[in-house]
Design a protein around this ligand. Sequence first.
Ligand code: AQP
Length: 332
Amino acid sequence: MNRIFSGMQPTRQLHLGNYLGALRNWVALQDQFESIFCIVDLHALTLPQDPAVLLSNTREVTAAYIAAGIDPDRCIIFNQAAVAAHSELAWILSCHTPMGWLNRMTQFKEKAGKHRENAALGLYAYPVLMAADILVYKATHVPVGEDQKQHLELARDIAGAFNRHYGNDFFPLPEPQILGEATRVMSLRDGSKKMSKSDESDYSRINLTDDADTIALKVRKAKTDPEPLPEAVEELEKRPEADNLVTIYSALAGTSRQDTLGQFAGQQFSAFKGNLVDLAVAKLAPISTEMNRLMSDVGEIDRILRHGADKASAIASANLSDIKDIIGLLRP
Ligand code: AQP
């Protein structure tokens, strides 16, 4: 059986990168796969969080999933902390993961920065918890943005190492699904950095909750270069900011970058940006309106999360019991 698992951290608001790189693909995939979508609040703890904000963000990310089109009646939606099996399997897998593998993880190096010695152990171990998130459901496919590719490869390595060690093929090797035109949306202020929740400048990203005026302002201020739009995709190679805006437009319009260039080649970015604003507002306004509606009834959001956690727990506990039997851990 094919099953997808994926998640997002409830750290600040979701942005266009989260939407185009992951969430929008999940919506399309829910028709083809048994789907489990998590709000990974335990991952959020790898960096300091305000408790009230964390709780509110967990509900807001849930609202974003549903507003973007994830159907809670067909998919399992829950928060990670509500299913203890994630943490339990993370410990088991951490005992099967060489530290050398974790030392290669670029996200840890980027997030820990110069203060590596002060970084939390959880930030270092993050990819093992992510492997546990996926493997506790024996998920076969994991739709993510390009930045998560390395973590996914590690999850496959951990699954393979476990299977080899115990001489079985218990875990499927999860396939990354990196789909669409915008697998890595870049910052609006710097085309060499990915659009990110943690960027200090709010002008670097378009949040799913931004209103039309804010989207227009951010797109108008987005960095570009003085050249008009080129005719061929290859000509965007050394123009990262221009490439990023063309990629965002194409992903939102559901066309290829070449088709977008066919439509706008020769135009200045000032004119193109107007079209991009109209398209972004048309696509995002219904999501933010629906998010606001959902957020006005947090009782209903909590009910959806509880229901999802019950269903997720049933699958995860059964798999964890099998894992304990394989390892030789006595269970009640
Ligand atoms: N810029 C991006 N382009 C395409 N996909 C992206 N994703 C994140 N940024 C981009 C994808 O969104 C999913 C959820 O990501 P996450 O919330 O778990 O954490 P992240 O990857 O660390 O996202 P951020 O926004 O960059 O957060 P911070 O600033 O906290 O690190 C994943 O599938 C991811 O690939």
